[in-house]
Design a protein around this ligand. Structure first.
Ligand SMILES: Nc1nc2c(ncn2[C@@H]2O[C@H](COP(=O)(O)OP(=O)(O)OP(=O)(O)O)[C@@H](O)[C@H]2O)c(=O)[nH]1
Length: 557
């Protein structure tokens, strides 16, 4: 016979679309002071677990105080039986007096349908006697939820975002920092239309109290049956997912080029620094929202690994894992090419423009709207040393950020020394390239230098509301380059375009000077300004390369 509800362990099923902030919420719960012994069942979509590692690292609890179990696969279908076995194991240990839990939290993958997970607690007697479904808490990503709710699925395929909202006992409207009040009001009205009962709580980075997530007594079987009449039917057909959503993991031990990762510049070539001695760096991208930061330093003896997991529609593992840019896989070729291998470092060093003794000019200030940038003349005193038997050694000073290295050290005419962090025309140019002594705008003098232009490819995503024939300003490279792009026929919001555009190989010229095209690009150009930018009418119809869209249609079998 089942124990009384107060004795049974309350179970929270935490759902929410990919990247909505479930792991962030869990970390928030685990680091809050509550004195509870909590078992976390972590469900990873990909083969390589990242979230569980992040939870284990961030949590302040010792391993005796918490239990973290990871199930790879989908809890609502492929590994559902594993969940049953795991819970029965907990139940046996609890009955034997070996385990006393205050709560269980099950974090499902972003693609899970919560109903089959909930069913686990309703149909198995051993599990029912030990644990009770306390609530289904759904994280909602305020920035992206409307796109997910709108996604049109093939007949019979569940829209996971709708299912998660509909089945929730509590909705946490997260990432409120990324949207406006009007957006929040509209999203709340939409969520109300899907689920009129679940209270909605707004939050940012999951900053809600533990009590508003655990032991809320939110699950109501009768209401759940209204939403899902088959809930108690063990023979109910398994959830049909969108099979085009898959995961691909790239997992390598070599250090990684850090600034590329930090900037979200995964479309860029190997730059001048890399992830080597550094603290661990976590980088996360959800659609086009990127964020990253340092986590703890590597522990002694801890393997230094770089892992990248792509979860998305129509992924092609071979395409992503290729290190040949020519095959069009810019994101992953950069991921692979930014490994700090001797070959990559030598290749990078061979592309650097200056050597010790070269006369140069360096940017010494940020951009000031009135005064422009300041540049000073100097001489390169340190540049990568190339020995046949060893990879180049890049400059590293004690006051640089962890892991950062630089291509040049320059002695300025006033005797001071400057570390130049990147070999870009926005930072360092050949001598006499700048005529800004009289407050002339930096960069003007460079146009006469006729810097050779290299073609470079960038992948950009068409923003919401921009359709074929319309132009939009695309910023790539963390604000370095702003292109005016016209969306080619057959493309629209969300399409990926591969754009080929010239960038300066040498010199600090701002090609074209002012913005061509729309006023939006012009505004972007003058508002920022610590880097030289190329404003370019990059992709007229013919120039936008549709290969990326085509390639992205191919997917992992
Ligand atoms: N700006 C902002 N970013 C957030 C917020 N909450 C989470 N993030 C970031 O969003 C990204 C995804 O967060 P996660 O907590 O990993 O999301 P998740 O739901 O566990 O993701 P999956 O396990 O991949 O489904 C991370 O980079 C977080 O730092 C928030 O409220 N505001």
């Amino acid at each position: 016979m089942a124990s009384s509800s107060s004795e049974r362990v309350p179970v929270t099923v935490l759902t929410g679309f990919l990247g909505s902030g479930k792991t962030t919420l869990l970390n928030h719960i685990l680091t809050a002071t509550h004195g509870k012994k909590i078992a976390i069942i972590e469900n990873e979509f990909g083969d390589v677990g990242i979230d569980d590692a992040l939870i284990q690292k961030t949590s302040k609890f010792s391993s005796e105080e918490e239990i973290i179990e990871v199930l790879n696969g989908c809890l609502c279908c492929s590994v559902r039986q594993d969940l049953v076995v795991l819970l029965k194991g907990f139940a046996e240990r609890a009955a034997a007096g070996e385990l006393k839990l205050d709560a269980i939290i099950i974090e499902t993958t972003g693609m899970a349908d919560p109903a089959p997970v909930a069913q686990t607690f309703l149909i198995y007697d051993e599990i029912k006697a030990f644990a009770r479904l306390d609530g289904i808490v759904t994280m909602v990503d305020a920035k992206h939820v409307e796109r997910h709710l709108d996604a049109v699925k093939p007949e019979g395929v569940v829209n996971e975002a709708v299912a998660q909202a509909a089945f929730a006992d509590r909705l946490l409207l997260n990432k409120t920092d990324l949207v406006t009040e009007a957006d929040l009001a509209r999203i709340e009205a939409r969520l109300r239309g899907i689920n009129a009962f679940a209270p909605i709580r707004r939050c940012s980075r999951g900053d809600v109290s533990v009590d508003s997530v655990l032991n809320i007594h939110g699950f109501d079987l009768q209401r759940a049956l209204q939403t899902n009449p088959q809930l108690l039917n063990p023979e109910n057909a398994p959830t049909q997912h969108d099979k085009t959503v898959t995961s691909v993991s790239l997992d390598q031990g070599a250090p990684r080029h850090m600034r590329t990762v930090q900037k979200g510049d995964l479309d860029f070539e190997l730059a001048t620094d890399f992830l080597e001695y550094i603290a661990e760096y976590i980088y996360h991208a959800v659609h086009m929202t990127f964020s990253g930061g340092f986590e703890e330093a590597w522990q002694p003896g801890e393997p230094r690994e770089s892992k990248m997991v792509f979860i998305g529609k129509g992924l092609d593992e071979q395409f992503l894992a290729s290190s040949v840019p020519a095959c069009g896989s810019l994101v992953a070729s950069t991921f692979n090419n930014c490994l700090a291998t001797p070959e990559n470092l030598t290749r990078k060093a061979s592309t650097l423009r200056f050597k010790p003794g070269d006369a140069v000019e360096c940017r010494t200030t940020g951009f000031d709207a009135e005064e422009g940038e300041r540049w000073a003349a100097g001489t390169v005193v340190e540049a990568p040393r190339r020995a046949e038997s060893a990879p180049p050694v890049l400059h590293r000073a004690d006051d640089m950020a962890p892991g950062e290295v630089a291509p040049y050290r320059v002695r300025l005419e006033d005797g001071s020394e400057l570390t130049v962090l990147t070999d870009e025309g926005s930072e360092i140019v050949g001598a006499n390239s700048h005529g800004d002594e009289d407050g002339e705008e930096a960069g003007e003098g460079c146009e006469a230098q006729a810097a050779p232009q290299q073609q470079q490819q960038f992948r950009v995503q068409v923003p919401d509301g921009v359709h074929a024939g319309q132009a939009f300003p695309a910023t790539v490279g963390g604000g370095h380059l702003i292109f005016q792009i016209t969306v080619p026929p057959g493309h629209g919001p969300g399409s990926w375009l591969t754009v080929t555009a010239p960038v300066e190989a040498t010199g600090g010229a701002r090609a074209g000077g002012g913005a061509e095209g729309s006023g939006a690009a012009a505004a972007g150009n003058s508002a920022e300004g610590t880097h030289a930018r190329t404003t370019h009418q990059a992709a007229s119809e013919g120039e936008a390369d549709h290969e990326a869209d085509e390639a992205s249609k191919r997917h992992k079998a």
